[in-house]
Design a protein around this ligand. Structure first.
Ligand code: XMP
Length: 509
């Protein structure tokens, strides 16, 4: 019996959330753009149609051959999906006098409907639409309304369920229950997708694909590359060669600390120090884009040099995760500045004639963490904040030299250790310090000083695409600022960055 869920994306901002909510119910789901429907429909046991920024009344809005799909499995159509079903099957959709954005309360018309089993009447649902379904298609049964909108939930024939509201968002109180009712009671799917089952399946697949070949993988100290390494290690053991390059732009003690963690994981890891090469190439460079390019190039050169020492390598493993894959096949193009975890190795596979293997490409970040936990990876790696490939290089807004690196490492260490000691680190998405190209006058003891200024940045985010600064307690900032100025020679001023993204970015360069 097929046990996967197909999600067709019409470009809604919530599509990834649908996939995650389905997977949280331990059922595997995959997103496809509406215009790239997979051929193997018989491997799916249910279909969900997403919302969309388009209106079904637009001539160029996304369309699909619904009837062809309806024969295969039960369908849940959300928002735009529901309007599409209504319009294409002979009902009508009109621009609404009353827009519904945000909360509304559900009036259940049909208390026996399986979709709304154990859902409370009058419970809150989350709306986001300006069109409304005026007339239902023939053979439809109305299931629910709100005070403002009549046709909020309906069933078309026996197996097509349509919802004007979003069951996937957390503000829909019984959203999870509705999804569960659809997946388990209507599609008859089984809740068997777990980190353990993913690992078993992935290990078998990796074993049969790689056989006795050798694989290299660039470790960065981050979550994705570490979990990719752990799962490959479980699959092919010592045929996995991990290379961890020290670019001299890591955090204080990071190279050795992380290397020790990797050794504890029993990885076949080669730690190599190329700091001098990076420093030599970066000497005198201030322009951020040139810095980035140099850091990227020297990384590839050093990784290539080390990889060539390992004979007969056939594969390059990468820690690509599902959001990267979705962006690259997105129907609507997707945001242009996606964060790619280790695209530092871009160009290498062709140059070295390597095949690429991406063991995590079906997982979301939180699933990567869960899988990592199952594989016994230490919390210090799994809970790490994201850290950019060019490292402190793009947080020194000045020339990258040893003096500046040492200052920034010390400042960053005081800040990050402080966050950990106060239990704040795990509540924050990303934090770090930035060395500004500014000197200012200060007074220490009876002496006038003229020293450097550092900025502290801490942000909340879910994916790095948007972010807001964290409201850190004043007494914490006071304490950290004191420690930095007292302990780090050369710094006499600390500022806290209170800019959101957009319009600012997380990194300063
Ligand atoms: P921005 O500064 O664009 O950063 O708001 C968003 C996220 O991406 C990380 N970042 C990078 N990661 N190489 C990377 O591997 C890079 O060149 C790079 N630039 C930014 C940044 O730390 C944040 O998490």
């Amino acid at each position: 019996m097929p046990n996967n869920v197909l999600i067709l994306d019409f470009g809604s901002q919530y599509t990834q959330l649908i996939a995650r909510r389905v997977r949280e119910l331990n059922i595997y789901s995959e997103i496809y753009p509406y215009n790239k429907i997979p051929k193997n429909l018989d491997s799916f046991g249910g279909l969900i149609l997403s919302g969309s920024p388009f209106s079904v009344r637009d001539h160029n809005s996304p369309r699909i051959d619904l009837l062809k799909l309806f024969n295969n499995f039960p369908v849940l159509a959300v928002c735009y999906g529901a309007q599409l079903v209504a319009q294409e099957m002979g009902g009508s959709v009109v621009s609404s006098n009353i827009r519904e954005y945000g909360r509304a309360n559900l009036n259940l018309n049909n208390k026996k409907s399986i979709l709304f089993k154990d859902v409370k009447n009058k419970s809150q649902v989350w709306m986001s639409h300006s069109d409304t379904i005026k007339k239902l298609p023939n053979k439809s049964t109305l299931l629910a309304s709100t005070d403002d909108v009549e046709n909020v939930a309906f069933k078309y024939y026996e197996n097509v369920y349509c919802l004007q509201f979003h069951p996937e968002v957390y503000h829909t109180t019984f959203g999870e229950k509705i999804l569960e009712n659809f997946l388990i009671n209507i599609c008859n799917l089984k809740q068997i997708w777990t980190p353990a089952s993913f690992i078993d399946e992935a290990v078998n697949k990796l074993k049969s694909e790689i056989k006795n070949d050798k694989v290299i993988l660039g470790l960065s100290g981050g979550v994705d590359s570490s979990v990719a390494a752990a799962i490959l290690n479980k699959s092919i053991g010592k045929n996995l060669y991990c290379v961890f390059v020290n670019n001299g732009l890591l955090r204080k003690n990071e190279f050795n600390d992380v290397l020790n963690q990797y050794k504890k994981m029993d990885l076949n890891v080669i730690g190599v120090d190329y700091s001098e090469d990076f420093y030599k190439n970066l000497k005198g460079i201030i322009d951020p884009e040139i810095k980035r390019k140099i850091i990227g190039r020297v990384f590839i050169e050093s990784f290539e040099k080390e990889s060539k020492k390992i004979k007969n390598v056939k594969w390059l493993a990468q820690g690509t995760i599902y959001p990267d894959v979705i962006e690259s096949i997105s129907a609507t193009g997707g945001p242009s500045s996606t964060i790619k975890s280790h695209h530092n190795v871009g160009g290498l596979p062709e140059k070295m004639k390597l095949k690429v293997i991406e063991p995590l490409k079906l997982l979301f970040k939180d699933e990567v963490r869960k899988v990592g936990g199952f594989l016994g990876i230490d919390k210090s790696i799994l809970g790490r904040h994201p850290f950019p490939g060019p490292g402190l290089g793009i947080r020194i807004l000045d020339e990258i030299n040893l003096e500046n690196i040492n200052i920034l490492q010390e400042v960053d260490d005081i800040f990050i250790s402080g966050l950990k000691e106060e239990g704040l680190y795990d509540k924050i998405w990303q934090a770090g310090a930035i060395l500004l190209p500014v000197k200012s006058v200060g007074v220490m003891g009876d002496e006038r000083t003229y020293e450097k200024c550092v900025a502290l940045r801490a942000v909340e985010s879910t994916d790095g695409m948007t972010a807001d600064w964290v409201n850190l307690p004043y007494n914490f900032l006071q304490d950290i600022s004191n420690k930095i100025i007292n302990r780090v020679k050369g710094v006499n001023r600390v500022v806290y960055d209170i800019s959101s993204k957009p319009p600012a970015t997380i990194e300063w360069e």
